[in-house]
Write a protein that binds this ligand. Structure first.
Ligand SMILES: NC(=O)c1ccc[n+]([C@@H]2O[C@H](COP(=O)([O-])OP(=O)(O)OC[C@H]3O[C@@H](n4cnc5c(N)ncnc54)[C@H](O)[C@@H]3O)[C@@H](O)[C@H]2O)c1
Length: 412
């Protein structure tokens, strides 16, 4: 459905695209059905109804460990079947792609088994809990790529149109040689010391805290936007609240409503701050915290180059700020670009200009890009190798923080 070919009147109508029925089906099997499970379900349900896709995603089966809960999730999110063991999900003939939406401690085992079974894989970020796991996953993905399989990491913020457009402007040289990347990802859901001890606060389940949860996103975005890797970092991190009430039942994700029992130890960071150097010599700074009172999902980026600057805030995700430093100084300045024009990335199939998109659209775009990558036999972006690179940065940050902020090279 190419909106630019339609009349103005037609362009004002909502997308009513019907998925083509003469294209092959891509059966999706998803593991996990809470926060990301709901978001990915929406992406898989919607992508083929908005974009012209060379394959039609079918929500074949969803997997969780509790029969009643996974059946309810299947009904709610539109999945045709439900499994209680991810191995059974992988073995299904109607599943060609396994979408992993579980905590980090299960990513490696599920992804490697799915790739060995000949399935494509989408794995949520961070790719793994350790560099060793991420290396094993990347090796499995590279072996599978030779058999035509695709493995992608769920760094969904690359699919915010304003961020994809910022990448285009940087690649076109519109801000020139990069000098600084300034990245912060600020949330506040752990400010309350009585906020419960969910899996996100346990090292064995989550790998790390704000660092792996939020820092992984901004490290990926910094490297994606700059088009080059970080080569070294200096870091500090802190766990401000070291004990929290433990949930009596399994975590219900971020909402976490359940009875609580005795307190347990928080074994991950609440906040991590670090500076770094990109391969070209540009400097970068990062701040990841779940303790920034009043900041709900403030992923902020500013990139300064010798010809201009770009700035972005996820809490205003339809906007990109652009300063062209080659313009006359008297009138130059940051301008607000509303990234909703049909020529902006992903916007060709959505609403008329100014009719804004939101968080959930990033998962629709992720599904679109992954389906096209599979159908075209193209290389995925971000690949498991990209996820491994981010994991190596996170490991260097942890090492530096442990060693009193000593500058620590990132293994390339
Ligand atoms: N891309 C993003 O913006 C984003 C946002 C939040 C979380 N995440 C990532 O997504 C992943 C999941 O996070 P979430 O917020 O959805 O967590 P969550 O706690 O909301 O959901 C986790 C789900 O995994 C299921 N699960 C756990 N172990 C399982 C197993 N062995 N077999 C089957 N199901 C199992 C749980 O039942 C639950 O349904 C994590 O890697 C997290 O870092 C990404």
């Amino acid at each position: 459905m190419a909106r630019r070919e339609e009349t103005d009147q037609e362009a004002a109508a909502p997308p009513t695209h019907r998925p083509a029925t003469n294209v092959p089906v891509l059966g999706v099997g998803m593991v996990g059905y809470a926060f990301m499970g709901a978001a990915h379900s929406q992406g898989w349900r919607t992508a083929g109804h908005v974009f012209d896709l060379p394959m039609r995603p079918a929500l074949a089966a969803i997997c969780g460990r509790d029969r009643a809960a996974v059946d309810a999730a299947a009904a709610r999110h539109g999945w045709a079947a439900a499994e209680t063991d991810w191995r059974a999900l992988i073995a299904r003939d109607d599943v060609q792609l396994v979408d992993i939406c579980t905590p980090g401690d299960s990513h490696a085992e599920i992804a490697i088994a799915a790739l060995a079974a000949g399935k494509h894989v989408l794995c949520e970020k961070p790719l793994a809990n350790t560099v060793a796991e991420a290396e094993a996953m990347t090796e499995a993905a590279e072996r599978a790529a030779a058999r035509g399989q695709v493995a992608m990491v769920g760094f969904n913020y690359r699919r915010v149109p304003a961020i994809a457009y910022a990448r285009q402007l940087i690649a076109e040289g519109r801000i020139g040689t990069l000098r600084h990347v300034r990245a912060a990802y600020l949330q506040d859901w752990l400010v309350d010391p009585e906020s419960p001890l969910t899996w996100r606060l346990e090292r064995e389940r989550a790998g790390s805290g704000a660092l792996g949860d939020l820092g992984a996103h901004i490290v990926d975005l910094a490297q994606y936007l700059a088009g080059e890797p970080l080569v070294g970092v200096s870091a500090v991190s802190e766990t401000f609240v070291r004990e929290r009430p433990r949930l009596a039942g399994p975590s219900a994700g971020l909402s976490g409503a359940a009875d609580t029992i005795a307190r347990g130890a928080v074994t991950v960071d609440d906040a991590a701050l670090f500076t770094g150097r990109l391969a070209s010599g540009a400097l970068a700074s990062f701040e990841a915290t779940r303790m920034a009172a009043g900041r709900k999902n403030a992923l902020r980026l500013e990139i300064n180059g010798e010809r201009g600057s770009l700035a972005f805030d996820l809490e205003r995700l339809n906007e990109l700020s652009f300063h062209d430093h080659t313009e006359p100084a008297a009138t130059a300045g940051f301008r607000r670009v509303l990234v909703t024009e049909p020529q902006h990335p992903y916007l060709e199939a959505w609403w008329p200009p100014g009719h804004a998109l939101g968080y959930e659209h990033t998962f629709v775009h992720q599904a679109r890009d992954l389906v096209r990558t599979i159908a075209e036999g193209a290389a995925p972006a971000p690949s498991f190798a990209d996820g491994l690179q981010v994991q190596r940065v996170l490991a260097a940050v942890e090492e530096s923080a442990e060693k009193n902020s000593v500058h620590t090279p990132v293994v390339l």
